[in-house]
Design a protein around this ligand. Sequence first.
Ligand code: NDP
Length: 417
Amino acid sequence: MVVVKKQKTEDRDRNETMRLSAQPHAKKTGAAQSRRRVTILGSTGSVGCQTLDLIERAPEKYQMVALTANKNVGKLAEQARLLKPELAVIADESQYLALKDALAGTRIAVAAGAQAVVEAAEADSDWVMSAIVGAAGLPGTFAAARRGATIAFANKETLVCAGPLMMKLVAECGATLLPVDSEHNAIWQVFDFERREAIARLILTASGGPFRTATREAMSRMTPEQAVKHPVWSMGAKISIDSATLMNKALEVIEAHFLFAMPPEKIDVVVHPQSIIHSMVEYEDGSVLAQMGTPDMRTPIGYTLAWPERMATPAAKLDLAKIGQMTFEAPDPVKFPALRFACEAMRRGGTASAVMSAANEVAVQAFLDKRIGFLDIERIVEATLNALPAATLTDLDVLRDADQTARRFANEQISKN
Ligand code: NDP
């Protein structure tokens, strides 16, 4: 990871920015520049819609290059008619005609298929929001990195599955990753990139999810409807289930390991149900720097959208007196074994974390489809992780094989259920 020097302005000292390339990007982000050209991969999802909400509030600053979705033609067409991108892409090819019809009479180019999503990422934009969910987000994120783009990075599965490959590509191609996940965005804001040797520990906060106080017995009976009801954050279905199992935190530990080049033993998790402190960095002198705010994804998204400036967002302002109390507790390793899986996957290295993530995606979908119970998710992930040997992660073909094998194995476990 390469980091920019502190940028001093006349009136303030800007935060460090996470630069993963040696080439300055400031030329594209200066205030005197014309509108920032923006692409959103996964525009119809929770992160995608919140990104568009911010853009709609400042249309004079942004020009839409491409929007992509998987199946949701109605929402994609509505967004495209409003924001007039040059290109709208639907990944599901069977929806091509529906999208073409919905955008008839506009000048918006229409395309369909997984390759078209990659081409949307390749289109000439200054800033790409990577907000497709799951491993499906990898090809677009890789394509954007390959052309040296600035990437607002929400799709954590890219680093979980392909961390070493992604970070190498980012360095080689002069791309920039701006962390969107609230925890990583918080760490970025308080991470002293010039004195990283003085950093003792990253402390990721976790809300604990909807089942923090539930018994294992009660958890075994939880339905998808109960599991997606996150007590604090409003998010897509997959990440909501991942929050309920704490797999989301497990994925985030791996994401932090690669993003900040920190060894696993220097990354801790603390449960903080109010989700006011979004994460912390502890320094060797005992100082702990935290970033706080009300739990609203538009704050971290806005930080990446306006970077290296800041922008106003509609997130409620923090009123600590009203909140009154902030509490903290250690994660319960018996109730929530996912963090142990992440440690094991990082210890094994290679394709192990991709195997874990693929098995988790399959199991979460099966739970959402009511084919398995809530606690079967962890059982399937653990069985897959233990059964499949980790291969050396030399390239994306090795990754693809590992991903497919893990999905096949996890599906077999589900059919035996
Ligand atoms: P959602 O499920 O809400 O949205 C996912 C988006 O990806 C949708 O636009 C969906 O299209 C699209 N998509 C799904 N599958 C495919 C596919 N096979 N090919 C192309 N596009 C696809 O997810 P979230 O917005 O919640 O999360 C997105 C990413 O951001 C995840 O990696 C998540 O972990 C991360 N993240 C999310 C946060 C949140 O608050 N939601 C916070 C931090 C990180 P369609 O609508 O047509 O299905």
